[in-house]
Design a protein around this ligand. Structure first.
Ligand SMILES: [Fe+2]
Length: 252
């Protein structure tokens, strides 16, 4: 029988990394950790996350009482934007990652951090991936942007160009902020899923600049300390258009 964990397209580079999510093997303790993570984040996010993220949480049916079943998430998401959340074994090499994004398949880890490391994990887990990323995939413009981003990167070979596009990803998908009603709201997963990083933004830690493609493509960042600079967009159309502009420049 075909399940939501079977992609409609034939994946080549990503194929070795696809797994099934064995949802029944999560323990009561793991579900309890998930609940604690969601309860820690939601009060701050109701105030400081963009509306599109909060709408996405409802649309994909995210629950606080149990770790999400990816097939169920995908069955709610796919009819809206064509995106699915696909279980993968861990960190993907770039070609596999871009191949999946271009096919509207979000590579999603299935392991969950332990109670001892609620705030930080060096590698993404299901909380970062599903709670942090997937709600935004329910927004049509963000959904188109992310697919297009994958398509553009899949066509690039020059390592410096790929590094530049990695910065675009970092300052949007991972650490993106948007201005809504005169206030800064978060939408990047690194901010959504991390209480410390998000609090740092709310308290005025990073310098927040207007989004500018040229500056973003050259903006270096650190993965091991709090962000010093973030780039605020006015709308999600802006990051879609920026990806098209990057495509015109880099895909010659
Ligand atoms: Fe991420």
């Amino acid at each position: 029988m075909k399940t939501a964990a079977t992609p409609d397209v034939k994946l080549v580079a990503a194929k070795p990394f696809l797994i099934q999510q064995d949802w029944k093997t999560y323990t009561p303790e793991q579900h309890a950790v998930w609940t604690e993570l969601v309860r820690r984040r939601m009060p701050q996010l109701r105030e400081h996350a963009c509306q599109e993220y909060l709408d996405g949480v409802e649309i994909i049916g995210l629950r606080e009482d149990q770790i999400p079943e990816l097939a169920a998430i995908s069955s709610r998401l796919q009819p809206r934007t064509g995106w699915q959340s696909m279980p993968v074994s861990g960190f993907l090499p770039p070609d596999a990652f871009f191949e999946m994004l271009a096919a509207r398949l979000f590579p999603t880890t299935t392991w969950l951090r332990s109670r001892e490391s609620l705030e930080y994990t060096p590698e993404p887990d299901i909380f970062h991936d599903v709670f942090g990323h997937v709600p935004m995939h329910a927004h049509p413009v963000f959904a188109d942007f992310l697919q297009h981003y994958g398509k553009v990167c899949a066509a690039l070979e020059d390592q410096e160009d790929l590094e530049r596009m990695g910065r675009l990803f970092w300052f949007t998908v991972e650490f993106g902020v948007i201005r809504q009603n005169g206030r800064i709201k978060v939408y990047g997963s690194g901010l959504i899923s991390s209480h410390g990083e998000c609090t740092h933004v709310i308290e005025g830690g990073p310098e927040i600049r207007d989004f500018d493609l040229d500056r973003v493509l050259e903006q270096r960042f650190s993965t091991s300390e709090m962000q010093k600079v973030l780039y605020a967009v006015e709308s999600f159309e802006q990051i879609y258009e920026a990806t098209q502009e990057a495509e015109r420049r880099l895909c010659r």
